[in-house]
Design a protein around this ligand. Sequence first.
Ligand code: SF4
Length: 437
Amino acid sequence: MSILPTPPSQGCRETPVLKERGQREVFCGLTGIIWLHRKMQDAFFLVVGSRTCAHLLQSAAGVMIFAEPRFGTAILEEKDLAGLADANEELDREVARLIARRPDIRQLFLVGSCPSEVIKLDLSRAAERLSAVHAPHVRVLNYSGSGIETTFTQGEDACLATLVPALPEASAQSTPDQAPDLLLVGALPDVVEDQALALLNALGIKNIRCLPARRSDALPSIGPNTIFALTQPFLGDTHAALIKRGARHIAAPFPFGEEGTTLWLQAIAAQFNVPAERFDSVTAAPRARARKAIAAHADALSGKSIFFFPDSQLEPALARFLTRECGMTALEIGTPYLHRALLGPDLDLIAPGPVFSEGQDVDLQLDRARQARPDLTVCGLGLANPLEAEGLTTKWAIELVFTPVHFYEQAGDLAALFARPLRRRALLSPPQIRAAE
Ligand code: SF4
């Protein structure tokens, strides 16, 4: 079997980071509801917010209005804003009506938003009060998806972090052979999660649970015998909450691409003493498929430069994949937050060279992008069109979260996401421009 590429003699874990705290162009954490409500099949997400919040959700979800989605917005009207109605009473009434109409709901998340009147409402007390009323059939929890506090992937982190204290306690020796329980953390599409579980089972690892669980009756227990692996790099608060419950984190590069997936699996396999021969025989075929699928995009990606605006917190892990497996050069790796405890193993594999920036001052960053003239710019929807008009080729960051991109079988799709805009640009550019490029 092939070996992994050699790590750089010096990675970027200690590289100084440009910290910016200016105007930012990102989606808010409500966006996570789109993938969370699909994943958690008996949960309902009730946004307490404004018409803007309702519009964001409707347009982001491409809502089928007849499908009764498991999310909605309790809109605070102007009379509420003027203090003429008791918003708590109205909220209680709406929740009672919702639960009566939807007996399939077992978990209800009250999701806070930006408007100042929502901020004044104490949603954690509301969740406690409503839990007491609707227990044991429905558990009510709360978190904030406010654009003031969260970027778009932080909504998932806030949701999972609020779940952790409510998870049952596992005994210190929960299995007969005293092997630890493995918890996979991060909302993956079911088909992708099933692939990961199949690989881990083939390695001989049992007692695997997932957070979030697909249904509330499958919520994992947590205790000192729990070790957990993150599948997404934006789960900083969830990581902290799990550590607080006594669970232990398995640090590893994130499972993007062949290398990332192999190192992620290896880090878990080491905790369960999986023999190297077994690891190789289980992973050889999917590794070969992943390499072949990535190679199909090498012509478009190799030798090209890339610039990341901060958006999903996936940026450092994706930069590692693109620089090491696709032959790209990263010029700037911007990310909303650089969580070194989570992303350190990815940073170790990125050769020195790119600028790392955390947070955003969008005008300054636009100036840097214009000066760098990258072949590909990864950014939010609001920046993409203006940059395209200036002749830069862009990739919408949000697609990286909405598309299945984890593990071996999606490695080719991940490379394709970056290759597609470059191919489109090559096709649309007049031959003389192509020659000059
Ligand atoms: S939470 Fe704030 S940023 Fe998000 S849609 Fe509502 S008002 Fe807009």
